[in-house]
Unconditional design. Structure first.
Length: 118
């Protein structure tokens, strides 16, 4: 028996797991593999993201109360920005590194970044 620890996914609390999973499947070219009332899963080229419906969910603020966020590596910031905005993301006004990284909110208000730096 081993004491190894492996990350299998990141779980995100939100007001509607199904809706947020659909958003992330769209922007990552992933597939929704679980779509339940309280839980949804997206399997994508970069890994797995899980979503849990939490009644009364309050989104974090940026900059401010966000304790974590997702980073996505992209080739073309401008083209990918247009795609995530069309999918329902919102671009934050505060952009601390906009030469290589853009910060957005997903439809549930969680910050995520598109970056050309790995």
């Amino acid at each position: 028996m081993s004491d190894a620890i492996r990350l299998t996914s990141v779980a995100i609390n939100c007001p509607d797991a199904s809706a947020l999973a659909a958003f992330y499947a769209d922007i990552t070219a992933g597939t929704v593999t679980v779509d339940g009332e309280h839980w949804a899963t997206v399997e994508g080229p970069g890994g797995r993201i899980d979503f849990q419906t939490v009644p009364g969910h309050t989104p974090p603020t940026w900059p401010g109360t966000a304790h974590m966020h997702l980073d996505f590596l992209v080739d073309d910031l401008a083209a990918t920005e247009a795609r995530v905005l069309a999918a329902g993301a919102t671009k934050y006004a505060f952009q601390p590194n906009d030469d290589h990284c853009l910060v957005f909110a997903d439809p549930a208000g969680h910050p995520f970044c598109l970056s050309t730096w790995s």
